[in-house]
Structures are given as structure tokens and as C-alpha cells.
Design a protein around this ligand. Sequence first.
Ligand SMILES: Cc1cc2nc3c(=O)[nH]c(=O)nc-3n(C[C@H](O)[C@H](O)[C@H](O)COP(=O)(O)OP(=O)(O)OC[C@H]3O[C@@H](n4cnc5c(N)ncnc54)[C@H](O)[C@@H]3O)c2cc1C
Length: 409
Amino acid sequence: MACPMSAALCTILSLLPYNFEYQTPADLASPKQLHDGDVYDFIIVGAGPAGSVLANRLSEIPSWKVLLLESGGEESKLGEIPAFQPFLSQTRFTWNYTTVPDDRICAGAPCLWVTGRGLGGGSLHNNMIYNRGNSHTFDEWEQMGNAGWGYEEMLYYFKKSENNQDPLIARNKIYHSTKGPQTVSQFPYVDKNVKKIIETFHQLGYPDADINGVNQTGVCLMQHLQKDGGRQSSAKSFLYPIREKRNNLKIVTNVRVTKVIINPQTKEAEGVEYTWENKRHVKGKVYARKEVIISTGPMATPQLLMLSGVGPNKTLVPLGIDVIQNLPVGQNYQNHIQSGSLNFTLNDTNIMMPNDEETLRDFLDYFTKRRGPLASEGFFDVSAFISSRYTDSSYPDVQIICSKISTLE
Ligand SMILES: Cc1cc2nc3c(=O)[nH]c(=O)nc-3n(C[C@H](O)[C@H](O)[C@H](O)COP(=O)(O)OP(=O)(O)OC[C@H]3O[C@@H](n4cnc5c(N)ncnc54)[C@H](O)[C@@H]3O)c2cc1C
């Protein structure tokens, strides 16, 4: 089929599969670092944002041997380009799950259910938005009995990881820090339509908001987990700076954990069973003296627990899995609720369907200076947080996001 976009853009897009589909030779060789029967202090399964931070923090103690296992591979250079985010949903950086068809959603077809895969997990494909969440939510979690999850204690850790590069936001030292490993800032390019949208919200009475500050209500040009116009994944922030320096941390990609080995008497995790992703017949076991940590994300974590015998009897027994603990694992899955959109047609659509000349200029700008439209996510960079009649202004319950719909005429 003929490519409906400009020739230059078509050529560039045709190169993406080589970056986005195939594992690198280093990834394919990585499992060779594992030896059946090896013992570590901690085994961390899954190298998404959670696993990356844990691997970094635990390996600060030189006497602890830490193993980080990840099913996917290393990130790619092209995946760092913010404007390429929409192309990443069905690549080797995601698991390509779909939902069971349901007449009420996605016009009855299976919906794509994107979840990250690789060193960096979801931070390899997601929108990079730096939004910690509302303080009330953390305080509610604490009130439910989760000691240590209140906002004040969380703020200490948010700041510990943050390196905020926008001086106007970073000057609020109560909420921000410039000392952590995770670089955050607004994208260097702001589309003129984005500026107009912000102006419009101002006219409606919404103030500029720092959504990670004292009050979220208002409109903002969001900050992103990015550095100098490029995606700053959790692997880049928390793993790459230490992987060659700490020899007590072993990072292995392209290995899938298939089961946590749990002692049925003590109910303690003793290790994990694994298989190579590219050679499924190669299997092995590794053991943990202290802890096995499962940080495989919202879908694979309950799945792995269930495969290991922790889950509802009614699911496990018919599958022939020995039940170690009957628990309602996987029963509280929640995702964003998103409603339909209001659509507007714009006259000036410079970030939508560029012609050849503009495309080449944009690529040149990006690769020489890390500037221009490719160093942004376009309309997605602006967001407004508003309070409906069901809440007060300190706890907004509606987020307005903007995105583009291109018409190929
Ligand atoms: C489309 C989209 C956009 C998003 N945008 C944003 C955003 O802008 N800002 C934001 O903060 N959040 C965003 N998120 C959410 C964010 O990506 C997740 O909250 C985050 O990635 C969760 O981190 P995690 O470490 O818990 O799990 P994950 O990121 O899911 O990482 C889990 C890792 O475990 C690995 N794994 C799974 N099973 C196994 C196994 N059996 N063996 C070995 N490894 C395994 C996976 O490959 C993966 O790398 C977005 C999510 C989606 C889907």
C-alpha cells in the first residue's frame, strides 16, 4: 500500500522496524550470564521503573549480591525521540496484549492493552509525564492502614529521585529537588497551538499550576521524564549510571521468570525458575538468600504469583496449579477511565502532516540540536486539572488532555 505521508517521512518510518522489532545481539547473549543454581541475596524480577529503582537502591550496599531479571531487551536510540511515542505501542518494547472482545468498548473488537517490556519497562514507551499524584490520595492510602504511604513520607522519596531542570518550578524547594538521578523538565519545543490552548484555559480562569506542587488545580505545560529533548527512561536514570560500576549487581535481559519457588511449609520465596526468551528449552533456577521481589508490572505480577501457587482456588485448581495460598490475586485491577473527546479543527497544523521540506528540517534540528517538534509530544504536553462539583479545588477529579487526530487528505 502506498504510504499516505510525505516521501521523507515515509522513508524514515520504514526504518523504524529495524529499531523497534528486533532484539540486539547483546540482548540475545545476555542470558548466558546466568548459571543454574546460583545464589544471590536479592532477586528482582522485572526492570520497569519499580525494578530499576530497587536494583539501584539495594545494590548501594556492596556486600549484597543483587540479580535483576528482565524479559525484554535494551532500549533503542529512535525510541528516545518524544514525537515517536505513538509508534511504540506495538513494538518489542510492549507485550502486545489485547482484551477479550466486549460489545461496549473498542467497537466490539479486542482493545490494545499496552504494557511495557524491556530495561525500563513502561518508561520505554509511555508518555513520560511527571505527575506524582494528588497528596490526598496518598494520605487516604495511609489512613487505610498502609503505614509509610502518606504524602509527607512519599514526598521525601519523590524529591530524593528528582532532578528538576526547570528553574521556575525547581525554586520551590518544599516540593522539588535538583539532586536526584531522574531528570525532569518541560520539553524544549512548545508548539504554537499548545500556547493557544494554555491561553484559553487562562481566559476561563484557570491559573498556571505546578501539578506536583501545593495545588494541582489549573493548567500547565507538563514536565516530562526527559533530558535535553530525549526520553529519560528509568533504566537511563537508575541502571545505566551504575551497571558498570557496581560488581554486586547483575542485570540480565531476555530471560523470562516462569515461577517463584515457594517453600509450601514456610511459605517463603526461595528463588525463581526461568527460561531464555529466544531459546525456550533453556531453563534454570536461581536462589535468593534474602528476598525475591516481583516488580513485573500490573499484569504480569498477578500472573506470576498465580503461576507460583498464590491466587484464587477457583482459577488455580482447574489449571492444575498447586495452591500454596488461596488469595484474591488480580481481582482489583483498575485503569484510567477515559471518555470520548471534543474535536476541533485547526488552521495551522504544523505538527500534524509536515511536508518533505519541514520533515527534513525537523529531523535535522533534532539530530543536530535536540530541538524542534520532534523534541516534544505536541498537544499532549498541555494538561488541565479541574474539580467537578463532587470535590473541592484541592483535589481535582478531572484531567483534560489534548491529542491530535490527523486527517490523511
Ligand atoms: C500508554 C501508556 C502511557 C503511559 N504514560 C505514562 C506517563 O506519561 N507517565 C507516567 O508516570 N506513567 C505513564 N504510564 C504508566 C507507567 O508506564 C507505569 O505505571 C509504569 O511503567 C509501571 O512500572 P512498573 O515497574 O511497576 O511495571 P512495568 O513498567 O510494567 O515493568 C515491568 C517489567 O517487568 C517485565 N516482566 C514482565 N513479566 C516478566 C517475567 N515473567 N520475567 C521477567 N520480566 C518480566 C516487563 O517486561 C517489564 O519490563 C503509561 C502507561 C501506558 C500504558
